[in-house]
Design a protein around this ligand. Structure first.
Ligand code: OKP
Ligand code: ZN
Length: 343
């Protein structure tokens, strides 16, 4: 399958994040993409192509225009205030505050458009995120033109980014943008299957009241795992979207068989929905060696995952999300794609 890739991701390189009150190096770093690129090339997955000329219109159909406008200008405004470090939010309008009035203060706006302090906004964050969306759209266009599958290899990831907020290392929801593009081109049903360790709260929020995009996520139980405030099994969708949202929260320590049991439940739902396009939010932070996650999937399971996805027999778009065991994420991503190609 074709791999869509650009070096533009390198421009997003946070200086640090907070971990239990300490400044630690960012887990979501450029080397992640380097290892994935090297591994998919070594595995002979397919040609590596740059982004094609695609309409970016789907962006403002999944994200609020004022949110995108804020991100586009954020670095320039932040540095004009005399700052040299990454911009990190420190105040948020939670319950009881107003969200209809946008404050003028930059830090207050940064808080309005985010949900955590772990997602540094840097000099190149907007350009890198935009490039990731363009790669996802290029991969979508390739599948729409008849390819069985494509892989968008980009960072930062996207599945925590919602209609008007960033967080969880994500700014633009690449999977949602690609799904919207397919819908805009005439598709009636798109499924997004999120296998990242963390719940795809942004994707869920974007499509929660819609029947044209089915969302399914296997993830660490939000009672104990980030992003904590969404991802429970009783979140089934709302209004026209009721019945099209499926969460599979799993306990810390979850091993191969339990995870694959949940996957097969999700796959049955995909089969029943019969989507014209299947998008995989491909995070490999379910790996036993991942430094920030608590599932225990072993290496051979990634090939098995690829084969299970292939068995759904749908045009398939793989979008890179998380995975922080830097040396192994490449091998595990390549194993999923290999399992798919041979499945
Ligand atoms: C992004 B993706 C680690 C705390 C967790 C946020 C995790 C975001 C994961 N210091 N911080 O879903 O892989
Ligand atoms: Zn994750």
């Amino acid at each position: 399958m074709h791999i869509f890739y650009s070096d533009a991701h390198r421009a997003h390189a946070g200086q640090f994040e907070f971990f239990r009150g300490e400044k630690v190096p960012c887990f979501e770093k450029p080397e992640r993409a380097d290892f994935v690129l090297k591994a998919v090339q070594a595995a002979g997955i397919g040609p590596v192509l740059p982004a094609s000329e695609v309409s970016m219109a789907p962006l403002s159909r999944v994200h609020a225009p004022r949110y995108l406008a804020f991100l586009e200008r954020a670095w320039e405004r932040w540095t004009a205030l005399g700052n040299r470090t990454d911009a990190i939010p420190s105040v948020w309008p939670i319950r009881g505050f107003r969200s209809d009035v946008e404050p003028d203060n930059f830090q207050a706006q940064l808080g309005m458009y985010s949900f955590d302090s772990g997602t540094p906004f840097t000099a190149g964050s907007w350009q890198a995120a935009l490039s990731g969306a363009q790669l996802a759209l290029s991969a979508q266009a390739h599948v729409a033109a008849g390819a069985r599958a494509a892989f968008s290899l980009a960072r930062p990831p996207g599945h925590h980014a919602g209609p008007d907020f960033f967080g969880g290392y994500c700014f633009i929801n690449n999977a949602a943008v690609a799904a919207q593009a397919a819908i805009d081109q005439g598709a009636q049903r798109v499924s997004i299957l999120d296998v990242d360790y963390h719940h795809g709260n942004g994707t869920q929020s974007i499509f929660y009241d819609r029947a044209d995009v089915q969302f399914l996520s296997l993830h660490g139980d939000p009672r104990t795992e980030y992003p904590f405030y969404l991802g429970h099994a009783d979140e089934l969708g709302a209004g026209a979207g009721l019945g099209f949202n499926h969460n599979y929260p799993l306990p810390a320590g979850c091993t191969n068989e339990r995870w694959f049991d949940a996957l097969s439940q999700a796959c049955s739902q995909v089969q029943a929905y019969a989507p014209e396009l299947l998008i995989i939010s491909l995070g490999v932070d379910t790996y036993v060696g991942d430094p920030i996650s608590k599932f225990r999937l072993d290496k051979p399971e990634y090939r098995r995952l690829g084969a299970a996805i292939a068995a759904l027999r749908r045009p398939t778009l793989f979008i890179l999300e998380g995975g922080y065991a830097v040396a192994e994420i490449g091998e595990n991503v390549a194993a999923v794609l290999t399992g798919f190609e041979h499945g």
